[in-house]
Ligand binder design. Structure first.
Ligand code: MN3
Length: 210
């Protein structure tokens, strides 16, 4: 079974005014669709066919640039749509595991926000900012270039990404032009903390000790 482009879980204009409908439409229907079809083309007839995307990414250094770039692009955008919501934004609920973990590992929501925003603003060129969980259940923020992500065996610090922000120009240029910091600030109004919490709990067997 080839990889399928996931539907957006909301309409193109659902995240306005923070992310505009035209950007969402092109981003999903052209960019994400492109990564999906190119990933399928790159693995067709190889032993990667039928493998889970996380398993492909975990050994991505063994494969060519087509698998790395398009496998990353496929996974990263699938995560990205899910961690935004028109009902999102603000801080995660104080009793949630993710809120407790953010306080434990960053000191406060504001400190986490500063670190994540800084990673997004300072990522040189195209790439992503991530909030991840490491093997010891600790949260960390990082940035990766291009379509790399912390699941790949090519990054400095590996972990499970639970929140990601696309800082490629195609993600914001129509509405924000060169003002990446404004786009990064807007992202905090649409973060789907319910989904991030779910991803945190799934990543993290030790969540029960919080
Ligand atoms: Mn993108």
């Amino acid at each position: 079974m080839a990889f399928q482009l996931p539907d957006l879980p909301y309409s193109f204009d659902a995240l306005e005014p923070h992310i505009d409908a035209r950007t969402m439409e092109i981003h999903h229907d052209k960019h994400h669709a492109g990564y999906t079809s190119k990933l399928n083309a790159a693995i067709e007839g190889t032993d990667l066919e039928g493998k889970k995307i996380k398993d492909i990414l975990a050994h991505v250094s063994k494969h060519g640039a087509g698998v790395r770039n398009n496998g990353g692009g496929y996974y990263n955008h699938s995560l990205f749509w899910s961690v935004m919501s028109p009902d999102g934004g603000g801080e995660p609920g104080k009793t949630t595991n993710i809120a407790k973990a953010i306080n434990r590992d960053f000191g406060s929501y504001e400190k986490f926000k500063d670190e994540f925003a800084n990673a997004a603003k300072t990522q040189f060129g195209s790439g992503w900012a991530w909030l991840c969980v490491d093997k010891d259940d600790k949260l960390f923020v990082c940035g990766t270039p291009n379509q790399d992500n912390p699941l790949m065996d090519v990054v400095e610090q590996d972990g499970t990404p639970i929140l990601g922000l696309d800082v490629w120009e195609h993600a914001y240029y129509l509405n924000y032009q060169n003002r990446r910091p404004d786009y990064v600030e807007a992202f905090f109004h649409v973060i789907n903390w319910k989904e991030v919490t779910k991803r945190y709990n799934d990543a993290n067997e030790g969540a029960s000790n919080l």
